[in-house]
Design a protein around this ligand. Structure first.
Ligand code: SF4
Ligand code: SF4
Ligand code: SF4
Ligand code: FES
Length: 953
């Protein structure tokens, strides 16, 4: 591999210690923290000790015996990877004796290794090859005729990597990576001595084992034994760029390793602060969608959605969209159009869309898909703590003693963070899970939740209030913290409220379904177990009382003093890559960038001066209001960038009716998604590989996205928004997204210090970043809350309107799984389908038996909003009375069933609670039949565009 693609491997992990140790290595004095290995100390002194079984992401194992050293006053040849540095040691890493021993070790390895270096996929990037060179191995005395493993079979079952056992040197790095880094424990070394071999599960192929295809073992493997198939096909990369995963809110840093404009592989970036060199199957392997043949790279227009698409030039498409928007505004008024930006887009793209809406459309009708996921987080944390964001870094979990996971399924939704969390749990931290389902983390290898509060969906508020009741009435509150940091009046009122008998675990047990004793034990553990950190997800926010639960969570953290230092805090696990960012940069209809209300005249004046326009002082329409207004005939035009509202928003049929009612829908996307089937203008989007920009992850960490290939459709998304704005008569002339970030920084106090230069220098930066925090803010609310005094808010439980009845006796809750992502537009176009190729309905055995349902049966699911048909998975993970599905496949119609109930404060839909009936069926639902028909019609209309293009040439 080219040297600039390699990163220094220190051999063993960094050790933290106040105590320093000075020693001499090959005559060089070096000082390291106590506990550092000799191998790592040598690297610090600029000396590379030969090694094979050691790598700095894993604890040393000491098996290869290549890293031997001599130490004055010590007998023998200790392994430098497992020997800690001690004061005054004198170490030699290069002596004739060591050279001879190392050569001997290498001889043994090479005598049982296929010597096909020239045709091996790892040629140029193989540590065994490097060590043969380093040790000066010139011949192998044992010959190659003895017993060997050269005929071992390859396991090619995983779609992304192969396991070629003939090349395995049994260094154990893969096994340790799976245990230590990923925490899945899928690999073992089976057999002994000569027979020892790496084996997934019970000697199964990778795909049949517990393996979740995170790639940690592939990354750790020093040979071509575990190798990416893309490298086998394309060869070693020749250049790379650091970028950020475009999937979930963990925001993992990656090196896009390239050959020309082609991605050879995505390698997790060791210095990525969010992931520390780890990855999951999506970011690591599922990037093939970016070059999928389904991508539409020519702009298209049509007058009606029943017309065939016409492929047109960019100029024509933009001109048509602009003239339609102007026509609609002239006919229906200025507020009759709006825009939606996706949290999959970059900060710069989101900023431009909201600027386009506010400055060029002249209204505040802009919203983002964060509306349907974490808008209650923004609202709830702002009210209580004063800032609409999580309080910690991911690394902070390494200091946590008690981890409370509520309404989140990190092993599926935020896998790299889950691995970090699991590591801390294996070290002894205690786990409380609050979730209706027995999610994986409740019990997984070497992890068992101390308490799993398996609540009834929709009763989150009653649970957080009952936990607070125990803490308040059993004297477990952090009185000094509260007195110093929190608002007295709101605290007294809150204490009186939660202490009421009706809020006790005993009184609420019948509602929540959580046994009172378990609730009390969990509350005591959270309040008294040391550093307690809360991590929560959409199982908290996507409820009619989502904002109330978020505030209840903040109350819990404040009343126990678990805010403002490492290891504690309130941490929303954001779903998409840039949910935090899209909220930060003003994508909500009521807020300008930096969460400042549009009614604030001072703030509005600043933006008016900078943008040269007059801004509306009233909030614009939220997404659901846009739909209602469309049906009422007052909202007639929509610019939708990167979001598939038809598939992702609740009550699909209502959304579809709204879109049918509009006169001009402009969709900017990679694919002709479900929303684009209702569109009149299609503007091709660009993938994260085709543009520069930034994403902000769940830790408020702003990281760079870097262009590694030209946009397939000529323009990056931010350029398309500019074209549209210019065509509407509002000039935008940015040359590069860094200029957009400079404008955001100039207008947003919390971003004041953010620049591409700073991000390049630091790798990433967590806002607030300004004069007070020039390098960003890892932990928030350290000395005081952003709002001054922390404010307790009363969390009165109000049952959802969505209730089980005789007609709809089960509660449906939704979520996602590891291999697919959101509406699946990206992951469905990758080999990730091999893990999950359809949405299924999980149902408890008792409910299944009552209905005569067995595993794999087709079942109809009906709610008051609609019905659909899926296959059943009978699973003890569910509790009786609750069913569950994912929403990754459009034909499943999971959101045909979800209702229009929403959070009282933010309109975030109540995806997590829908009363349904489930029955065995033998054919698709009416909606599914209509979906198939419409899908075919739209595919034909797209096909006709292709035909027209060919004829036209
Ligand atoms: S890909 Fe990940 S889960 Fe699978 S065996 Fe390797 S380390 Fe373990
Ligand atoms: S597969 Fe690779 S990492 Fe695992 S033991 Fe073999 S050589 Fe080492
Ligand atoms: S955890 Fe999230 S950000 Fe990291 S690689 Fe997986 S999908 Fe990407
Ligand atoms: S690197 Fe130290 S024993 Fe293998």
């Amino acid at each position: 591999m080219l040297d600039h693609l390699k990163e220094t491997d220190h051999g063993t992990p960094r050790r933290e210690s106040e105590i320093e140790v000075t020693l001499e290595i090959d005559g060089n004095l070096v000082t390291v923290p106590k506990g550092t290995s000799l191998m790592r100390a040598a690297v610090d002194a600029g000396i590379q000790v030969p090694k094979l079984c050691a790598t700095d992401s894993l604890e040393p194992f000491g098996s290869c015996r290549l890293c031997l050293v001599e130490i004055d006053g010590r007998k023998g040849f200790p392994a430098s990877c497992t020997t800690p540095a001690e004061p005054g040691m004198k170490v030699r890493t290069q002596t004739p004796k060591l050279q001879e021993l190392r050569k001997g070790v290498m001889e043994l390895y090479i005598s049982d290794h296929p010597l096909d270096c020239l045709t091996c996929s790892a040629n140029g990037n193989c540590e065994l090859q490097d060590m043969a060179g380093v040790t000066g191995l010139r011949n192998v005395r044992y010959g190659f005729d003895g017993a060997n493993h050269l005929q071992s079979e390859k396991d090619e079952s995983n779609p992304y990597f192969t396991y070629d056992a003939s090349k395995c040197i049994v260094c154990n790095r893969c096994v340790r990576a799976c245990e230590e880094t990923q925490g899945t424990f899928a690999l073992t070394i089976s057999g002994r001595g000569f027979e020892s071999r790496v084996s997934p599960g019970m000697d199964e192929p990778f795909m049949e084992s517990e393996c979740v295809s995170c790639g940690a073992c592939v990354e750790a493997c020093p040979t071509a034994t575990l190798q990416e198939k893309s490298v086998i096909w394309l060869g070693q990369p020749e250049h790379s760029a650091i970028t950020t995963c475009a999937y979930c809110g963990v925001g993992c840093g990656f090196k896009a390793e390239m050959k020309g404009n082609e991605v050879v592989r995505m390698v997790p970036w060791k210095d990525g602060a969010a992931n520390d060199g780890h990855s999951c199957v999506k970011g690591r392997f599922a990037w093939g969608y970016a070059t999928h043949t389904d991508r539409i790279t020519t702009p298209m227009i049509r007058k009606k959605i029943t017309d065939p698409w016409q492929a047109v030039s960019w100029e024509e498409a933009i001109g048509y969209a602009a003239s339609e928007f102007k026509r609609i505004q002239a006919k229906h008024g200025r507020d009759s159009i709006g825009g939606i930006v996706s949290s999959r887009c970059s900060n710069e793209e989101g900023y431009l869309v909201q600027k386009l809406v506010r400055a060029a459309f002249g209204n505040n009708n802009v919203d983002t898909c964060a509306r349907v996921c974490h808008s209650p987080t923004g609202y709830g944390l702002k009210q209580t703590l004063g800032e609409s964001a999580g309080t910690q870094t991911f690394r902070s979990v390494e200091q946590a003693d008690v981890i409370l996971v509520m309404g989140a399924n990190p092993t599926d939704g935020h896998p790299v963070f889950a691995s970090r969390m699991k590591k801390r749990l294996r070290e002894g931290a205690k786990l409380i899970v609050i979730d209706p389902r027995k999610i994986d983390i409740v019990k997984s290898p070497h992890i068992k939740a101390a308490h799993h509060l398996q609540l009834r969906p929709g009763t989150n508020v009653a649970v957080v209030t009952a936990l607070a009741h125990v803490i308040a009435t059993e004297g477990l509150m952090a009185e000094a913290f509260i007195a110093e940091r929190c608002d007295d009046k709101s605290f007294s009122e809150w204490r009186a409220f939660v202490s009421r008998p009706e809020n006790s675990p005993e009184a609420t047990e019948a509602t929540t379904g959580v046994p009172a004793a378990q609730m009390r034990a969990a509350a005591r553990l959270y309040a008294t177990g040391g550093n307690s950190a809360i991590y929560y997800g959409l199982g908290v926010t996507e409820h009619s009382q989502g904002s109330t639960t978020v505030m209840g969570i903040a109350n819990l953290a404040m009343c126990t003093g678990n805010v403002g230092r490492e290891g504690v805090g309130v941490n929303p696990l954001r779903g998409q890559n840039n949910v935090q960012g899209s909220c930060d940069i003003g994508s909500f209809p009521h807020e300008l960038p930096g969460y400042r209300h549009v009614s604030d005249t001072t703030v509005r004046n600043e933006f008016e001066a900078a943008w040269g326009v007059t801004l509306q002082s009233e909030p614009g329409l939220r997404i659901p209001n846009m739909f209602d207004a469309a049906i009422d005939g007052t909202f007639m035009g929509l610019y939708c960038e990167g979001e598939d509202i038809v598939q992702s928003d609740p009550d699909t049929q209502h959304v579809a009716h709204a879109l049918e009612a509009m006169e001009c829908i402009v969709v900017q996307d990679l694919f002709l998604n479900e929303t684009a089937k209702y569109a009149h203008v299609f503007l091709p989007g660009s993938s994260f590989l085709e543009k520069d920009g930034t994403f902000t992850n769940a830790e408020r960490r702003i990281s760079r996205v870097r262009k590694v290939m030209p946009p397939k459709a000529q323009y990056a998304d931010w350029e398309v928004t500019m074209l549209l704005s210019n065509a509407l008569g509002y000039p935008m002339n940015y040359k590069h997204p860094k200029e957009i970030m400079a404008e955001i920084a100039a207008l947003t106090p919390t971003f004041a210090g953010v620049s591409y230069e700073l991000i390049d220098k630091l790798g990433s930066v967590q806002w607030p970043c300004n004069a007070a925090a020039p390098n960003g803010t890892p932990t928030m609310h350290i000395d005081q809350f952003v709002r001054g005094k922390g404010k307790f808010i009363i969390t009165q439980y109000v049952a959802s309107d969505e209730k089980v009845t005789r007609r709809f006796p089960l509660l449906l809750t939704t979520g996602r799984i590891l291999s697919q992502y959101n509406v699946g537009a990206q992951t469905r176009r990758t080999e990730n389908n091999q893990w999950h190729s359809e949405d299924r309905l999980e149902i408890h055995p008792v409910d299944a038996e009552d209905r005569g349902i067995t595993d794999g049966d087709w079942v109809g699911i009906q709610s008051r909003a609609g019905d659909t048909v899926l296959r059943a998975v009978v699973s003890e993970r569910m509790q009786p009375g609750v069913v569950y599905t994912t929403f990754h496949f459009p034909e499943s119609g999971a959101n045909v069933i979800t209702t229009d109930n929403s959070d009282w404060a933010t309109n975030c839909p109540e995806y997590k609670v829908t009363a349904v009936q489930v029955m065995p069926v033998s054919q698709p639902s009416d909606w599914q039949r209509e979906f198939s028909r419409f899908d075919k019609v739209q595919a034909d209309l797209l096909q006709q565009r292709h035909a027209a293009e060919v004829v036209g040439r």
